[in-house]
Structures are given as structure tokens and as C-alpha cells.
Design a binder for this molecule. Structure first.
Ligand code: MLC
Ligand code: AMP
Length: 504
């Protein structure tokens, strides 16, 4: 193997555990050696005679499993920037990513060729099937400086359309090694992976950490409570990571089965060395119920696409429910007041700001947005928190236009822009309303055009063509006018009140 190519730390490390099992998927077990070989072939096909992709954006739409990882690594080894597509995105959202990244190459599992082919044809982008990129090929691979861009992840925010968060190999290494240290990953670990692979939680925390450690990553095609409980019982798992909605679903399933089966499930849950929750606030009742059922004290942590993970309850020591613990190794965290002054005292709320090698490079081709996101070198998260007895507690977000549903962050503004295209809708306002299963649910208040009608079902069916399933409205209120302030601006708290039985 060419020494020069081994400069991406995660991939370089794989040489150290070639014979170990890296991935378990529906095809079986795959070693680190197999990953190295398959990813080299992918890189060869992507390069197609070129020496280095020089940070070309390569999007890929591959289901969770060995092929996903081999394509991701292949893009990196060829010198490209890997951009994972969301598998449930409708064509409009897929096309946005192709356009915004200026993608030069797309790799797709055959299942996704029909949806991608018309889009890539229209844009003149080379589309490669996974069947083609795994065929044998000999080729020298470029040397990759880890300061180079590695990945773009799309995140919704306070702008209508999602922004591309650019992470370098160095950013990824910092994010991974911080968690390896904090949660004491070892090669003997075996994680059950159930999260989507276009977001940081699934990619960095669960997948890349496992591969860095030389551990086993057992990947399900998607979350399914029955299958997860089955694997808990049958497999020698040590780790599990999920969003609160997933724990809610697992609890609901446990509660639905007979007592004997509950005992067996509980015993299976007890064997894990660590279970983590994140991406959204973990309700204290869920924390306690999970502990009753499995004996597991969930470790809650806080993170964001732009920074990876920043705060975590301890592996050893008290995991305090309703809090997200303390700064992770190598990550600096502070709270600031409205004037931007750091808060020194406990008990005083402020915005969370983060600094460190884990913090992303830039928003893709949005220098203004990048600049606005930083103050004196600190990344402004937009999340509010308070420190109480040494532990950070998240209080909420500064923006009412960001909704967290099932662990997915969605922009109210993006949904509003789409809903306004509906022929029956004159005006609309989208908010997140509290929900015990989803954290928040997307709710739309709409003013109809004269003599038009609309139901939630017809709106959902229409919106499904334009938006990802997790962005669809789940509650609808038809109103004569939207609540506005004296300046004519829609008042979102009043819109939320429209959906609550007792307006507050
Ligand atoms: C799906 N449904 C929803 C919904 N999503 N209803 C309300 N709100 C939502 N958000 C509906 C479906 O449409 C369907 O109903 C029914 O619920 C069951 O759908 P499903 O397909 O079984 O749901 P599923 O796809 O399993 O989704 C549940 C989930 C998923 C929890 C597994 O949301 C998920 O994987 N979430 C994780 C997201 C994540 O990884 N975030 C991390 C971002 S990074 P119907 O009526 O339509 O049939 C980050 C940083 C950090 O946040 O700190 O980690
Ligand atoms: P994303 O942009 O999808 O990466 O989502 C990041 C956001 O998720 C953060 O800015 C927080 O608002 C939220 N988040 C992540 N972890 C937690 C947590 N443990 N508690 C509350 N909110 C969280």
C-alpha cells in the first residue's frame, strides 16, 4: 500500500485492525481490511484517471451498511468532499443539495438511481451506481492533507433553505477523539447503529467513533423497535446511541408485551456498558422510565452539526437527569449574555458559545452566514443554557423558527415557503408544538384563499412531494388571520397558543 495516501487519520487507523470486524449489516460481517480494499476501488472509479478530486463535491445515496462506509471512505481517499443524501428526501430536496454543493459526481445504490438519474442528467453530473464503483480497478491514490474539507452536512437553521456545514478531516478527528476519550471506546465495543447517516449523530458519534476504536458497528437499515429489542437480546452489544423519540418508542414497545417478555427485554438492556441520548432534550420521565426498565442510566449529551459534541454527562460519576453535563475534552464552552459578555456566575442563563478544533470550517459558499455565526472566534450556537452545580442545563433556543422533531432540526421558514405554494393557502405560519413522543411537532396555522378548503391529510399528501417526511405538518389550524404585532410581524408565541388548549 502506498504510504503517501495514508493521511486521513480515521482511515490510517484501520490498517491497525485489518483483521477485525468493522461492519455488520444484512450481508454479514465485513473486516477493516475489506473496507480498505473496497474504498480504494471506489476511489479509483471516482478518480477515473485523475490524480486527485481536489475537493470535488461527491454526493452519495447509499443505505446504511458496508457500502455506505466504503463509498464515504472512497470519496475521502480520492480527495473529494463527501455529501450524504437523506434517503427519504423527495426529488426537490435532493436537487437542492446537488445545486447548492455544485456536485460533480453522484454515487447511488441501484434503488435510488430512478430518483437521481433525471436530476443528474438535467445538471450534467456523472452518476455512478454502487455496482460500478466496487468493481476491481488499480490506481494510485492521492496524498490527503487532513486540513482539507472532508464532508458537507446540510442543516436547517434560521434561514429558509438548509446550509451546508463544512467539516475538515481535522474537525472530524477532533470530534471523534474527544468522544473516544470521554466515553472510553475500546476495540471490544459493539454498537447497534439505528440512526440516519446524513447527520452528525449517526455519522460521527456512532459510526466514525466505532471505526476509530476498531470496534464493531452493527447497522440496521432503519430504526425499528421490534428489531432493536431483538438485537438487544441476541447480539453481544455494548453500546447504544439514540434520540429521545427512539427511547420513547422502545419504552412503548416494552410496555405493550406480556410480563415474561418484559423480563427478557429488561435483562437484555442491562448488559450494555453505555447508552447515550442526544440531539434533543431527554424528558426526565423518559430517563427514569428507561432506568426502571433496563437499569441503564442514560448519558445525555449536547451537540450540533457545526461543532460535533460539546457537553456531556460523565461516563463515571453522576449523570444528572435534565442536564447535559460539562464540556468534553478539547472543547471550550462558555455562556454569554445579550451584550456578548461571558457569564461567570452559576444560575445565570446565557447563550452557549463553543470554540475548539471540533468547530466546523464554514458554511458552504456562505461567507456572510459564517461570519455572523462567530463572535471573537467563538461559535454562537443559538441555544440558551444555565450552569447549576457544575452541570449545564439547556433552556431552549433563541430562535422560534427552529423546530426539533424526532431529533431532526427543521426550519419553520423553509416549511412556510413551501406551504405558501399551495393553491389554497394565502398566508401561513409554522411553529413547533410540544409533543411527548417527538419532542416537538410541526404545526401550521393557515389563512385560506376565498372559498378554498383544506384538511391536514390533504395538506400532508401535497407537502410530501416537496418536503422530507419529518418536515410535514402534523397539526393544522385554519384561521381568519394570523396573530401579528403592531409592526405587522407574525407573533409566533401567539401562533403556538392557537394549538394549545389553554393559551399561556
Ligand atoms: C415521522 N412521523 C412523524 C415524524 N416523523 N410524526 C411527527 N413528527 C415527526 N417528526 C410519522 C410518520 O410520518 C409516520 O406516520 C409515523 O410517524 C411513523 O413513521 P416512521 O417512518 O416509523 O418514523 P421513523 O422514520 O421511524 O422516525 C422516527 C425516528 C426518526 C425517531 C427513528 O425520526 C429518526 O431517525 N430520528 C433521528 C434524527 C437524527 O439522527 N437527528 C440527529 C441530528 S444531529 P404516517 O401517518 O405519516 O404514516 C444533531 C446533533 C446532535 O441533532 O446533538 O446529535
Ligand atoms: P442539529 O443542527 O441538527 O445538529 O441540531 C443541533 C441542535 O439540537 C442543538 O443546537 C440543540 O438545539 C439540539 N440539541 C442537541 N442535543 C440536545 C440535548 N441534549 N438537549 C437539548 N437540545 C439538544
Amino acid at each position: 500500500m502506498n504510504q503517501r495516501e495514508l493521511s486521513i487519520p480515521l482511515i490510517e487507523r484501520a490498517e491497525g485492525h485489518r483483521e477485525r470486524v468493522a461492519i455488520i449489516d444484512r450481508e454479514g460481517e465485513h473486516s477493516y481490511a475489506a473496507l480498505l480494499e473496497a474504498s480504494a476501488r471506489v476511489a479509483g472509479h471516482l478518480l477515473a484517471g485523475a490524480e486527485d478530486l481536489q475537493e470535488a463535491r461527491v454526493t452519495f445515496m447509499v443505505p446504511p451498511g458496508f457500502q455506505y462506509v466504503a463509498v464515504q471512505w472512497g470519496i475521502w481517499r480520492a480527495g473529494g468532499i463527501a455529501v450524504p443524501h437523506c434517503l427519504t428526501h423527495p426529488p426537490r430536496e435532493l436537487d437542492y443539495v446537488l445545486e447548492d454543493t455544485g456536485a460533480q459526481l453522484v454515487v447511488a445504490h441501484p434503488e435510488y438511481l430512478p430518483v437521481l438519474a433525471p436530476l443528474t442528467r438535467q445538471r450534467g453530473i456523472r452518476l455512478l451506481s454502487t455496482e460500478a464503483v466496487f468493481s476491481p480497478i488499480q490506481c494510485a491514490l492521492p496524498s490527503i492533507d487532513p486540513a482539507r474539507r472532508a464532508m458537507i452536512l446540510y442543516t436547517s437553521g434560521t434561514t429558509s433553505r438548509p446550509k451546508g456545514v463544512v467539516l475538515t478531516h481535522n474537525n472530524l478527528t477532533a470530534q471523534i477523539t474527544s468522544l473516544i476519550q470521554a466515553w472510553a471506546w475500546v476495540p471490544e465495543d459493539h454498537i447497534l447503529h439505528v440512526l440516519p447517516l446524513h447527520h452528525t449523530h449517526g455519522i460521527v458519534n456512532a459510526l466514525c467513533c466505532a471505526l476509530w476504536a476498531g470496534a464493531r458497528c452493527e447497522m440496521l437499515p432503519r430504526f425499528d423497535e421490534v428489531e432493536v429489542w431483538r438485537r438487544f437480546q441476541e447480539r453481544p452489544l455494548t453500546l447504544f446511541m439514540a434520540v429521545p423519540t427512539i427511547y420513547v418508542r422502545l419504552i412503548r414497545y416494552w410496555e405493550s408485551v406480556p410480563a415474561e417478555q418484559q423480563q427478557a427485554l429488561s435483562a437484555a438492556g442491562r448488559k450494555f456498558r453505555l447508552m447515550v441520548s442526544g440531539s434533543a432534550a431527554l424528558p426526565v420521565q423518559v430517563f427514569r422510565r428507561w432506568q426502571d426498565i433496563t437499569g441503564q442510566v442514560l448519558l445525555e449529551r449536547y451537540g450540533m452539526t457545526e461543532i460535533g459534541m460539546a457537553l456531556s454527562n460523565p461516563l463515571h460519576g453522576e449523570r444528572r437527569p435534565g442536564t447535559v453535563g460539562q464540556p468534553l475534552p478539547g472543547v471550550s464552552v462558555r455562556l454569554v449574555d445579550e451584550t456578548g459578555t461571558p457569564i461567570q456566575q452559576e444560575g445565570v442563563p446565557g447563550e452557549i458559545q463553543v470554540k475548539g478544533p471540533n468547530v466546523f470550517l464554514e458554511y458552504w459558499q456562505r461567507p456572510d452566514a459564517t461570519r455572523q455565526a462567530f463572535r471573537d472566534g467563538w461559535f454562537c450556537t443559538g441555544d440558551m443554557a444555565v450552569v447549576e452545580q457544575g452541570y449545564y442545563r439547556i433552556l431552549g433556543r433563541k430562535s422560534v423558527d427552529i423546530i426539533k422533531t424526532g431529533g431532526y432540526k427543521v426550519s419553520a421558514l423553509e416549511i412556510e415557503d413551501v406551504l405558501r405554494e399551495h393553491p389554497a393557502i394565502a398566508e401561513c405560519a409554522v411553529v413547533g408544538i410540544p409533543d411527548p413522543e417527538w419532542g416537538e411537532r410541526v404545526a401550521a396555522a393557515v389563512v385560506l384563499r376565498p372559498s378554498q378548503t383544506l384538511t391536514l391529510e390533504t395538506l400532508k399528501a401535497w407537502a410530501r412531494q416537496h418536503l422530507a417526511p419529518y418536515k410535514l405538518p402534523r397539526a393544522l389550524k385554519i384561521v381568519r388571520s394570523l396573530p401579528r404585532n403592531a409592526l405587522g410581524k407574525v407573533t409566533k408565541p401567539a401562533v403556538k397558543d392557537l394549538f394549545s388548549e389553554q393559551p399561556g
